[in-house]
Design a binder for this molecule. Structure first.
Ligand SMILES: [Zn+2]
Length: 227
């Protein structure tokens, strides 16, 4: 049996032909490469950028080779020497799985927020709502790093593949982030929101945030574990 590997997410398919589309990331069959009989499948790694990964800090960005197609090299060319350091930081973040690590903060806290808000709605307890709000603030604080590392990973590990899988993941994560921001603003404007006529909408937004984070997290897990 032949083995085919998806060049975007590294999923390995066994069969005479590559699958019509990748069951993990959704790219078409032409992105599959035939693996030789005795070669090990590739694993995903951060795109190395030759100039930025050297230990010599004093080098000029102008010495970076032009015409390379790695996102890092293009970035350095565009933003000059300071970008070398930012590029190093970006590489380290992707290499050490900063996105899956950081995403566990909001994803662990969001279910608590939803439960607290629902309990507060049923019980009329302002204390439970306050607890939910404090948790929401932690979600908000984590959003910039989660968003940044997510985009970095998508660009560098998955070549910015614009398949349905990635579009759904980005949309779901955006819905969760927007719901978080709306809930925080709404609570700050009216801390008694659950006593108002819009209470159901406030609860709905918090449940929607949980759903968005769940969908994004599910796809993330699928991309990582390929099953
Ligand atoms: Zn794939």
């Amino acid at each position: 049996m032949k083995k085919w590997q998806c060049s975007v997410c590294k999923y390995v398919h066994t069969g005479e032909e590559p699958p019509e589309k990748c069951p993990v990331c959704g790219v078409a069959s032409d992105k599959f490469v035939l693996l030789e009989e005795d070669t090990e499948p590739d694993t995903i790694e951060a795109e190395p950028v030759a100039e930025a990964s050297k230990s010599d800090d004093s080098q000029e960005a102008s010495s970076a080779p032009s015409g390379t197609d790695t996102p890092g090299a293009a970035f350095i060319e565009k933003f000059g020497p300071a970008a070398v350091h930012m590029e190093k930081a970006a590489q380290l973040m992707v290499k050490h799985h900063a996105h899956p690590m950081s995403v566990h903060l909001p994803n662990g806290v969001i279910p608590i927020v939803a439960i607290l808000v629902i309990l507060a709605w049923f019980s009329g307890s302002q204390l439970l709502l306050q607890a939910g709000f404090i948790n929401l603030v932690f979600v908000l604080i984590s959003l910039p790093i989660v968003g940044l590392t997510g985009v970095l990973e998508w660009q560098r590990k998955y070549n910015q593949a614009q398949t349905k899988v990635f579009k759904i993941k980005i949309a779901a994560a955006s819905v969760a982030a927007i719901c978080c921001i709306i809930s925080i603003i709404w609570y700050l404007v009216n801390p008694e929101v659950l006593g108002s006529s819009g209470a159901w909408l406030f609860v709905f937004i918090n449940v929607l945030m949980l759903a968005g984070a769940g969908v994004a997290g599910h796809i993330g897990g699928k991309l990582v574990f390929k099953e």
